[in-house]
Design a protein around this ligand. Structure first.
Ligand code: GAL
Length: 672
């Protein structure tokens, strides 16, 4: 274990801080900022995210003096810098000189300057300007004592994920050329025999702009792939500059949790450290479950390595229709939730609340009211607490259960003209994840083809698009005794969104021993009863299937509606199939699978209490409920120390108040 305890940056312990936008303030304020950062225990500030216009006021003008002074000031106050390449908001002079770099929507509307993220990802002018700025910054600040991390761009895909301008069209055709070689290859893949869509040359192909009716689904699917790759090219170009001029300092770009537009498996492979921006909604009492899911994904993107929570709101955001603040203690609880799931940084948007601009009502570590405010006092208190948790940094979570996540399948599932538009990946995934979460079962996400040896259970809530290789991979897992559970509407199409013929889920038919005669989606509000062999009744909604067994045992059958008597859930040895969406009842089936696979929960906890392990030595207990919760502890934790309250030894039962947290540390953790 100790070999795994490497820090993500040269700064030890858990990083604490936030986005700092000094260009919004007169320089006199900076000294106060630096002093207050020290007071709050800030160890890292993300600097320069939107500073392009300030750094390069004109095509041949550069102004680094202010940044030199700022980095020196922060360094002198012991604050390390996550230095942004500042390329997410091109300045007005660049846009006016090259209006063609502005992005264009599918309807042909060119989006104007005046916000941010206003660039076409394929624009050679934008890419060259971004690389030039990155080069200037890297040349000047490589090796600077303050710079501990490079922050490429900001939230790729935020606001603009796609552009339909002629430059993008040309880039799309080049991408298609690399994928298919020529028009013949593309025609075969896109099934252009349908609706007279045949192309003679690739030059005739355009992006999927707004058209009279449904657009070719494979064209749309390739467009999703291309758009993720086009933004990735932007990232790669900047990262290459940093690799050349600033080697040795880790590079990241901040993700946006489980974000549809970007295939983060591909992206994370090109980062030194994964970082995430997370904005769970305080108005949603279940928000912590979705947050846990996102954090587990971030941890999984680099095979379990710790990651950085680079942005979250100290209290309210400013971009929801109603922006509910966080109750006292909630930001502490949610921050520690991220740490419990592998984060080695707790950082915020932003350090000092803005006076002007679209985000002036967004909370900050230092609110408008200044230091005489609840927000500031919480910032200071929490900074001190985080220092008490330094030993947690670097610890890894060990999961025995995995969930398969494939962006390709997600994109294909949510194209138009499916049996039901209600089949959306996040909604299908959520009850499966929530069932594990409720049972305190640690879970990783894995991409198709990942190593599965460490997992006793592999869940695939939906794999609408299924390559034969992925089906073989799952089949091999189940054939060697792995417990595999596949969800409905899986194994339907190949990588081109062409149906696997001969009865769905064709590539998995042998593994699962079932065949679907017809999909039977349910309209909004409709439900069907499903009965387990022991008589328990479950409820299916959204989706059912006319399912027949070939070589599998029915585990549950429909007990109402047109499919009455047909199997709803089946198993063939350790390979399970759910032919319907059981929503919150999914856990009733998973219970049997988890028990047979002997997957152990971290701890049995009351409703609303999360129990998470980091490394062999730390157990996090987090009470998301609004009542005190009593948690029974096994002997090995009863004598542990609560790092947040070192005077207390929990004993066999520990009581956590509403929003309460304990971080237990065992004196001598066993080696795992
Ligand atoms: C993020 C973004 C920040 C800030 C924040 C507000 O998406 O990266 O710059 O806008 O949201 O919540």
């Amino acid at each position: 274990m100790s070999g795994e305890r490497q820090h993500l940056t040269r700064v030890p312990g858990l990083l604490y801080g936030g986005d700092y936008n000094p260009e919004q303030w007169p320089e006199e304020v900076w000294a106060e900022d630096a002093k207050l950062m020290r007071e709050a225990g800030v160890t890292m500030a993300t600097v320069g995210v939107f500073a392009w216009a300030r750094l390069q006021p004109g095509p041949e003008e550069w102004d680094f003096g202010w940044l030199d002074r700022l980095l020196e000031l922060l360094d002198a106050h012991g604050v390390a810098v996550d230095l942004a390449t500042a390329t997410a908001s091109p300045p007005a002079w660049l846009v006016r000189a090259h209006p063609e770099l502005l992005p264009v929507t599918a309807d042909g509307v060119r989006l104007e300057f005046g916000s941010r993220q206003h660039y076409c990802p394929s624009s050679p002018v934008y890419r060259a300007a971004a690389v030039r700025l990155t080069r200037a910054l890297a040349a000047r600040y490589a090796g600077h004592p303050a710079v501990a991390l490079w922050h490429v761009h900001n939230e790729y895909g935020d606001h603009v994920t796609e552009c339909f301008c002629p430059e993008s069209a040309a880039d799309f055709r080049r991408w298609l050329g690399r994928r298919y070689g020529d028009a013949d290859g593309l025609n075969a893949a896109w099934g252009t025999g349908f609706w007279s869509q045949h192309y003679r040359t690739l030059d005739e192909v355009e992006p999927p702009r707004t058209a009279p009716g449904p657009v070719n689904p494979t064209q749309l699917l390739d467009w999703r792939r291309f758009c993720s790759d086009a933004l990735l090219e932007c990232y790669r170009a900047e990262r290459a500059v940093l690799a050349e001029l600033a080697p040795g300092t880790p590079v990241t770009t901040n993700f946006m949790s489980m974000f549809k537009a970007l295939d983060y498996w591909k992206w994370a492979a090109e980062e030194d450290v994964v970082s995430d921006d997370a904005y769970p909604d305080p108005a949603d009492p279940q928000a912590y479950v979705g947050a846990a899911l996102n954090y587990d994904l971030m941890r999984s993107l680099k095979g379990g390595a710790p990651w950085l929570l680079l942005e979250q709101a100290p209290s309210a955001v400013s971009w929801r229709p109603v922006n509910v603040p966080k109750l006292p203690g909630l930001q502490r609880l949610w921050s520690l939730q991220a740490v419990s799931r592998g984060a080695d940084a707790v950082m915020y948007f932003q350090w000092r609340a803005s006076r002007a601009g679209a985000e002036k009502f967004h909370s900050a570590m230092l609110p408008h009211r200044g230091t005489d405010s609840r927000g500031w006092r919480e910032s200071v208190r929490f900074g001190a607490e985080l220092r008490q948790l330094a030993a947690v940094a670097g610890g890894r979570t060990r999961a025995e259960t995995a969930i398969v996540l494939d962006w390709d399948s997600w994109w294909a599932l949510e194209l138009d003209d499916r049996p039901s538009a209600r089949m959306r990946w996040p909604e299908l995934l959520r009850p499966w994840y929530a069932a594990l979460h409720r049972r305190s079962i640690a879970v990783d996400f894995v991409p198709p083809g990942a190593e599965l040896a460490q997992y006793r259970v592999v869940l695939a809530p939906n794999l609408y698009l299924l390559r034969q290789t992925t089906a073989d991979w799952l089949g091999a897992y189940a054939a060697t005794g792995g417990h595999l559970v596949c969800g409905p509407f899986s194994g339907v199409v190949d990588e081109h969104d062409h149906i696997h013929l001969g009865g769905y889920p064709a590539p998995l038919r042998e593994t699962l021993g079932v065949v679907v005669d017809e999909y039977w989606p349910l309209p909004e509000g409709a439900t069907t009863t499903v009965t387990l062999a022991d008589g328990r009744e479950l409820t299916a909604s959204r989706w059912t299937e006319w399912l027949e067994t070939i070589d599998a045992q029915p585990v549950a059958r429909y007990a109402s509606g047109p499919l009455t008597g047909l199997p709803a859930v089946t198993r063939r040895g350790t390979a399970w199939y759910l032919g319907c969406d059981l929503g919150p009842d999914t856990g009733a089936v998973l219970d049997t699978v988890l028990a047979e696979a002997r997957v152990r929960p971290v701890l049995d906890t009351p409703e609303g209490v999360e129990a998470t392990r980091r490394g062999p030595g730390h157990l996090f207990l987090l009470n998301h409920g609004d009542h005190p919760a009593e948690i029974d502890l096994p002997e090995e934790w009863a004598t542990a120390t609560d790092l947040l309250d070192p005077a207390r030894t929990p004993g066999p039962a520990l009581t956590l108040g509403p929003l309460g947290v304990a971080v237990l540390q065992r004196p001598t953790p066993p080696t795992e």
